[in-house]
Ligand binder design. Structure first.
Ligand SMILES: [Zn+2]
Length: 249
């Protein structure tokens, strides 16, 4: 159930039986020589839409831009500043809060978003605390990182071991291969210099990681692996979202 494919009347009737929504969030950034620029958006969107279809849960428009400043030295990367993403998240959540939504489950595809999204949640809760509205119930937001869910991380370890790495990972690229079989890319992977430090900015990042990968071997990715990641993560998100609605955690 995609919000942008529904009418306002359909959303109104959804709100009669649920106050929850899943919102995919990603980033538009380089993903090594074989990864699609939209990898971090595609993965959570595919999983969220599967959950939405199977369990009748509303899925909001994907936030396609995130914290990608480290990747700006690679063509095609588009980044927000932290303050911009925080403002965007405040407006997104507060709009839906006015409509009656109360539980916001963000399914995230990009590790670099985590700190900023948590800061946005703090701003959103402060919006309510500082308002004169003491009558209406508060809202709750949750951040779930699809790639870090225990079942997903276990499958990545089984399939790739330490070749999973930290950026342009075979697991995320496998999900995009499964979702878009006509966009599978190949390239000869260079031998990378040894890992010395995590870079501070875009220039430093490209010097440390010349082809954009961080200790990963994306040539191991297969579309059939992607199907397994999507199945595994769909089950995990269904449970996690159910717990969130029940307990707020
Ligand atoms: Zn990624």
């Amino acid at each position: 159930m995609k919000l942008h494919m529904m009418t306002w009347k359909e959303v109104e009737s959804y709100l009669k039986h649920s106050k929850g929504i899943i919102i995919p969030i990603g980033s538009t950034e380089q993903h090594g020589p074989t990864g699609l620029i939209g990898t971090d958006c595609i993965c959570p969107t595919v999983i969220a839409e599967r959950v939405g279809e199977e369990d009748g849960i509303l899925v909001g428009p994907t936030i396609n831009l995130g914290m990608a400043q480290h990747h700006l030295a690679f063509p095609g990367t588009v980044s927000l500043r932290p303050g911009t993403l925080i403002a965007l998240l405040q407006d997104y959540v507060n709009s839906l809060r006015l409509n009656g939504f109360r539980r916001f489950y963000f399914l995230n595809g990009h590790g670099g978003n985590i700190n900023t999204v948590q800061a946005a949640f703090a701003e959103i809760y402060a919006d309510h605390s500082f308002s004169s509205d003491t009558e209406s119930p508060g809202i709750r937001c949750k951040l779930a990182n699809w790639f870090a869910m225990p079942e997903v991380a276990k499958l990545a370890r089984e399939l790739y071991g330490d070749k999973e790495g930290h950026h342009a990972t075979p697991s995320e690229i496998a999900v995009t291969q499964f979702a878009f079989t006509d966009h599978i890319k190949s390239a000869v992977l260079e031998t990378l210099p040894p890992y010395r430090r995590f870079p501070t900015d875009a220039t430093d990042f490209r010097q440390c990681f010349p082809d954009g990968r961080i200790r990963s071997d994306p040539s191991l990715a297969r579309p059939e692996h992607g199907a397994r990641f999507v199945d595994t993560c769909t089950a995990a998100v269904k449970k996690d979202y159910g717990d969130f609605l029940d307990t707020g955690l």
